[in-house]
Write a protein that binds this ligand. Structure first.
Ligand code: ADP
Ligand code: MG
Length: 706
């Protein structure tokens, strides 16, 4: 048997008869004499066992090897793709006997004339590299050029060694070349060759699968376009098609679960409104129209027999807590228990205090349950608590509830899918209200929370102090200190926020602990507190309590204060190294101030070294709209950073770059809805799509995504 992989030529139009397909997309590659066993093993180790699977390993980027970048004469923050010749290669030493490998590369077209360009590539801790790169090699390099003591250097470039026969119509040169995520045991070139071969040898018919997405192009054509494109436009079209297929599968699952969840028997709650009316009368303010609207929406849900599954989305300070209280009172009035689950100890504690203040006068029995604290409100009335507030310790205490009718989950995305399901399993399909203060871009809501109905608090209660946000580039510390002191002298309180707990060598970020000492000296006569993630739970609580009670005037803190903390007298927030925070995160943080009637200040301090960061922070100066900011954040940082992919269930998505494409998501959703409307059980005309449903049995309660 002869393996014909080397020097594969591009398929010519109307190519020879030896390109007739010889395998079917789902054949086991190990059973075919097409690839050497070593390659098959490497692919199998990466989970790729069939042509279909290998062809689904899409390029992570492309190099246009028809036009290489000019050889650099200065460092650049943008990666360049170069073609060059190695003129010298060898091992070098640096300090204490440690060694690294270095290759000097000149412009491929170099004619020896001065100014032709020369570059050094370095590899550290890669003992095998000296076997790969030799003087005389022609190479393609990809990486960022920096200046090291006057020399232009690329450390650990991605590289590929060219061969003589690459000239002409090779798949490796003089075309747009795909670059793949590495697969152990397969060189980039080899992988490219295998994929090219499989595209030639796989029967196009066998590649077709039921995706639910109509398309003019065959799957084979689309795969060819994405692996070996003639233009980047071709890539864009093919990738969009694959993204649509992926989102369709996601939406089909979401829609499927939504239908299944609503089919389950829930309970009818909220017919009696005595408590709710008394609650309204006890409030010193009128509810906003948005609050009233949201309460109406959830009353409708609760009164029907199908279980409520609703997301309450509202910017910080929009009054979500009061909507939750209304829902919980309705549950209590119907004779069952209501639970509120908060993401942290501090928040559970704070919710407990707030709820006690409003609900205890109405005669509601309340309890706090967290991992290290249990407390019940003391009432003349005996009996089970009616409203239970806690952290996820609630989840693991199976006897916590005797009759759970409603679960309110605060800050949903901080909980995992499994946790949410676990809590829900405790009751007999209770109504669920999920509250999130993180404004989630509409496109993501559709994807992640697609199985939830959405209520929106898009209006802030009146009488709020205005919050002025200002970016300050490297101001004088004395000016900053003076501003803080003025606020404190006026009786206000301040948050002094830092991005990290401990000094990091590389980031050179002033730590909160270090800052605490400095601020104590800067603010004599005022009590300064310190709050960070490494404090123990009860230490944190003690600090928060002292801040809430006004004993601490200025709180040096890391982002642990991010969610839900409510101290109306705090009017100033100084954010150090603001460029290190995400936009949505800063927006969350500044929601902590201006909660009372006083004017609030959010000062974003930055060194100004990064123009992009300055531009980004400028958005916060201009906009107070959480959704607008979240969308900007999504565009700038991608969905992973915005939500944390693992938690949001987006980890398995390949085409996350399309998540900001509202049109595409809507299209996927519409297609999925249409399919289920036509064939709700997927056992008729769309039977082929049944395989796309990931959770086949949904008794564990609603899930956020597949
Ligand atoms: P969120 O949970 O959405 O961040 P909260 O429910 O904690 O907001 O409300 C923020 C602040 O606004 C609280 O101090 C609360 O007392 C107050 N508040 C809530 N609703 C109203 C309203 N309709 N009118 C005036 N103040 C309100
Ligand atoms: Mg109901």
């Amino acid at each position: 048997m002869k393996f014909r992989l080397r020097g594969i030529r591009l398929e010519k139009q109307g190519g020879g008869s030896d390109t007739r397909p010889v395998l079917s997309a789902h054949d086991d590659l190990a059973a075919l004499p097409l690839l050497p066993p070593k390659d098959v093993a490497a692919l199998a180790a990466a989970g790729l066992r069939s042509a279909a699977a290998v062809l689904d390993h899409l390029p992570k980027r492309y190099e246009d090897r028809r036009r290489f970048d000019a050889f650099p004469n200065q460092p650049s923050p943008v990666a360049v793709c170069l073609r060059g010749t190695v003129i010298d290669a060898g091992s070098r030493g640096f300090g204490r006997g440690r060694r690294f490998f270095e290759a000097v590369v000149i412009n491929h077209a170099g004619d020896g004339v001065f100014g032709g360009g020369k570059l050094t590539c370095r590899w550290f801790n890669m003992p095998f590299i000296h076997k790969l790169i030799l003087a005389g090699h022609e190479v393609v390099l990809y990486g960022k050029v920096k200046d090291v003591n006057g020399r232009l250097v690329i450390d650990h470039p991605e590289f590929e060694i060219l061969r003589d026969d690459d000239e002409g119509e090779s798949i490796h040169l003089e075309r747009i070349v795909p670059i793949y995520r590495n697969i152990a045991g397969l060189a980039q070139r080899r992988l490219r060759e295998i994929i090219h071969l499989l595209l030639l040898q796989t029967d196009p018919e066998s590649l077709e699968v039921a995706t639910g997405v109509p398309s003019a192009e065959s799957r084979h054509q689309a795969l060819k376009a994405v692996h070996f494109p003639e233009s980047m436009d071709q890539v864009a079209v093919a990738r969009r098609r694959f993204a649509l297929e992926e989102f369709f599968a996601l939406q089909l699952n979401v829609a499927w679960r939504r239908v299944r969840y609503h089919e389950r028997p829930g309970r009818v709650l909220g017919l009696k409104t005595t408590l709710l009316k008394r609650f309204y009368q006890s409030l010193p303010f009128d509810l906003t129209d948005a609050q009233k609207r949201s309460i109406k929406e959830l009353v409708v849900d609760m009164r029907t027999a199908r279980p409520m599954n609703r997301l309450l989305q509202g910017d910080v300070g929009s009054g979500k807590t009061f909507v939750a209280m209304a829902a919980m009172l309705l549950a209590v009035d119907s004779g069952c228990q209501a639970a509120l689950m908060a993401p942290t100890q501090i928040l559970a504690e704070q919710h407990y205090l707030t709820f006690k203040r409003w609900l205890e006068p109405l005669g509601v029995r309340m309890a706090l349950r967290t991992s290290n604290r249990e407390e019940s409100s003391h009432l003349p009335l005996e009996g089970e608590p009616q409203v239970i507030i806690g952290t996820h310790a609630l989840l693991f205490d199976a006897v916590a509830f005797s009759d759970l009718g409603l679960v309110v989950i605060d800050e949903q995305h901080k909980f995992g899918v499994a946790q949410r399901a676990a809590l829900i399993r405790q009751g007999v399909v209770p109504d669920v209200l999920v509250m999130t203060a993180t404004p989630i871009p509409r496109t993501l809501t559709m994807t992640i929370y697609g199985d939830l109905d959405v209520s929106l608090l898009d209006e802030k209660p009146a009488g709020r102090g205005r919050v002025v946000t200002a970016v300050r580039v490297a101001p004088k510390q004395t000016d900053v200190t003076k501003f803080v002191r003025e606020q404190l002298d006026a009786g206000r309180q301040a948050y002094l926020v830092y991005p990290l707990v401990e000094e990091s060598e590389t980031l050179k970020v002033e730590s909160a602990i270090e800052a605490f000492d400095k601020w104590r000296k800067r603010l004599p006569g005022h009590e300064v507190g310190l709050l960070h993630g490494k404090l123990k739970g009860d230490e944190k609580e003690a600090v928060m309590r002292r801040f809430r009670e006004g004993e601490i005037a200025a709180l040096v803190a890391t982002t642990v204060i991010e969610v839900g903390v409510d101290v109306p007298n705090a009017t100033l927030m100084l954010l150090h190294h603001a460029e290190r925070f995400g936009l949505a995160q800063i927006h969350q943080l500044r929601g902590r101030i201006g909660r009372g009637g006083h004017k609030g200040w959010c000062i974003l301090l930055t060194d100004g070294k990064n123009p992009e960061a300055l531009e980004k922070l400028g958005i916060l100066e201009r906009s107070a709209d959480g959704f607008e900011i979240a969308e900007a954040d999504l565009r700038l940082r991608g969905p992973g950073d915005v939500l944390g992919t693992a938690q949001s269930g987006l980890a398995d998505l390949k085409f996350t770059d399309f998540l900001a494409d509202t049109g595409l998501l809507r299209e996927a959703r519409a297609l999925a809805d249409a399919v289920l409307a036509e064939d709700p059980e997927l056992n008729g005309s769309h039977l082929g799509l049944r395989g796309l449903i990931v959770v086949k049995d949904d008794r564990d309660g609603p899930q956020v995504t597949a």
